[in-house]
Design a protein around this ligand. Structure first.
Ligand code: XUL
Length: 526
């Protein structure tokens, strides 16, 4: 029975997960934290320290060295079973860009299994650093691209998103302008995902539609590079970009480097994608009606969509979905960050936090909190500052309820452009362990919430995508529901159901919340 390898190159670590399709089992999991495992690169939380806090970069050579070591760990872990690996793909932090020189491809094609990968690719970079998604230094480029394409609405309708500092197009524009020499030497601009796929196949891997939509460069509805966006971004860009393919494309096979050096079979290499598109699969949000909510430091909501109509407020994104069609991505910066602030202010632990939710009524007697402890992404709030109405500052229970209700009301409101009707929610992340938080979510969304216990959804998503693409390439396309079954099956003993009385309270409460949020945003803009 075949095995499928999924890799995930996150900001701080490279992860691997191998699944077995027949028994629906995860047979191996490994992780390599960048800072600890590769101290020579001097990264801190996966990025290179620098003087300008807006500039955040990482060394692409580190990702290559990590890939080489990880493939060795997977080979050692699987032993004789390694021969069963049929397909491999991965996901990577989105938006980051790797600049390869014109002479890179022949070097990638001729990698010698006798020596380590890093020693052979040191010269392939037109630039030794890759800007990553945490970089916020391209506001001027965002404004220029937006204007050249015809304004924020035009850009969002074309590419799925307004211009964002971390998106690849603005990053490319900045490089082309500030370092024209490096731009001249750049033969290929890769995403982190397509760069790593290129290393595996020993060649020039395409960009997939999912990760490609985090660039402000792709005509999302047609799945091709958007000429007007390319022209607005940098000279000669068309020739420097890889081709674009649907996510389920087999783009090559593991090259001789991997088969000889680590003993892998010449398994299919499937196009890599971004970590968010991959997580869509990894949490089982593979059909319309299912919305995924990840409750982490930030909270993230994503869901499959059939049309690529963008968020009218401009705050969120539409990406291509690896399952076909599209997906929404809405980020709320004040996630666990805000819940922890309230918890700590009242000296509670998580049990105390839950107890506070249990002992307070839905609707909180009309008290509202907009939990902008830090600047917020959705809705856009530039300066931190919590807004509250009717809330007794000294009442621990009311404040705990207010922060969670404020978050959930905001989630419903700011995701309804993409998902007017949520049939069920798959909740992941640390705070998904807290049933009382999930109860508020279920009541506010009026939908059952299933707790999904997957620690690395992007990595599992990659392994599942490898399985799907491999199986579909040999016969008729395999249904996504069948692919995720057994790996991310939400079980009914983990479901938190909405309660009719509470649902009604929140339905009545929603216009007030909306009015308060709008008034607060207006006050801040003044
Ligand atoms: C999404 C984004 C992050 C990175 C993190 O737009 O910037 O989620 O993908 O890896």
């Amino acid at each position: 029975m075949p095995l499928y390898l999924g890799l995930d190159c996150g900001t701080q670590s490279l992860n691997a997960l191998v699944i077995e399709s027949e028994g629906r089992e995860v047979v191996l999991e490994r992780t390599l934290p960048f800072d600890e495992a590769f101290p020579g690169y001097g990264t801190v939380n996966g990025a290179l320290p620098g003087d300008d806090p807006l500039v955040v970069e990482a060394p692409p050579l580190l990702w290559a060295e990590a890939l080489d070591r990880m493939m060795g760990l997977v080979a050692a872990g699987l032993g004789p079973e390694l021969a069963r690996v049929a397909a491999v793909t991965g996901s990577a932090q989105q938006h980051g860009s790797v600049y390869l020189s014109s002479g890179a491809e022949p070097i990638l094609r001729g990698l010698d299994p006798a020596g380590p990968l890093v020693d052979q690719i040191r010269t392939i970079f037109a630039r030794e650093r890759a800007p990553i998604w945490m970089d916020a230094s391209t506001s001027a480029e965002c404004a220029e691209i937006t204007e050249a394409v015809g304004g924020p609405d035009a850009l969002a309708h074309l590419t799925g998103s307004c211009a964002f500092e971390r998106f690849t197009g603005p990053q490319i524009r900045k490089l082309a302008r500030t370092d024209p020499e490096a731009w001249r030497h750049t033969g290929r601009v890769h995403l982190v995902s397509s760069y790593l796929a290129s290393l595996l196949m020993g060649g020039d891997a395409p960009v997939d539609i999912g990760d490609g939509s985090g660039m402000n460069l792709l005509d999302l509805s047609r799945g091709v590079w958007a000429e007007s966006a390319l022209d607005a971004t940098a000279p000669d860009l068309r020739a420097k970009l890889p081709s674009v393919v649907p996510s389920a494309t087999v783009v090559g096979r593991l090259s001789r480097y991997w088969t000889r050096r680590h003993g892998f079979p010449p398994a299919d290499v499937v196009a890599w994608t971004g970590d968010n598109p991959s997580s869509l699969v990894g949490v089982g949000a593979v059909e319309p009606g299912v919305t995924a909510v990840s409750l982490g430091t930030s909270d993230t909501l994503f869901a499959p969509m059939t049309d690529p109509a963008p968020d009218p407020s401009g705050a969120a994104h539409v990406f291509g979905a690896p399952t076909g069609g599209f997906m929404s991505l809405v980020c709320f910066r004040n996630g666990s960050l805000a819940r922890e602030r309230v918890r700590d202010r009242f000296g509670l632990d998580w049990n105390g936090f839950s107890e506070a939710l249990r002992s307070t009524p839905p609707g909180n007697g009309g008290a509202i909190m907009l939990p902008w402890f830090e600047p917020e992404i959705t809705p856009p709030v530039l300066e931190a500052g919590v807004c509250a109405r009717g809330l007794d500052e000294a009442d621990a229970g009311a404040n705990v309820r207010a922060v969670v209700e404020g978050q959930m009301m905001s989630m419903v409101r700011h995701s309804s452009w993409a998902t007017p009707r949520v049939e069920r929610i798959h909740a992941t992340g640390g705070a998904a362990r807290n049933t009382e938080i999930l109860q508020v979510m279920a009541d506010v969304f009026d939908a059952p919430v299933y707790r999904i216990d997957v620690s690395n959804s992007a990595c599992l998503g990659a392994a599942l995508r490898a399985m799907h693409a491999h199986a579909s390439s040999a016969g008729p396309p395999v249904a996504w529901r069948r692919v995720v079954e057994g790996f991310v099956s939400p079980s009914s003993d983990r479901v938190v159901r909405p309660r009719a009385g509470a649902v009604e309270v929140y339905r009545r409460h929603a216009p007030e919340h909306e009015a308060f949020e709008e008034a607060s945003l207006r006050r801040r803009r003044r």
